[in-house]
Design a protein around this ligand. Sequence first.
Ligand SMILES: [Zn+2]
Length: 85
Amino acid sequence: MIRFLLLAILFIMVARAFWKLMDSVIEGSRGTPPGRRGQTPPVKLVRDPVCGTYVPPRPALSVTASGTTQYFCSERCLKEYRERG
Ligand SMILES: [Zn+2]
């Protein structure tokens, strides 16, 4: 009986992991609809003007000039942008 219970628990765990994986695969292929679950808030990506990479905005890697804020993927891009003026 205990063996059966353990098998049942194992099966449930595997099934849950499997569906979680499937969910992330499906969501990854068509993008996360906003506010569908409320677990992971959608992060608005911004474009790094130096290298063109889309990055989540980080205050530590940003420059505000004439009302607009630019975000960068790394210190290097930030430095390059500053040097360019
Ligand atoms: Zn960059």
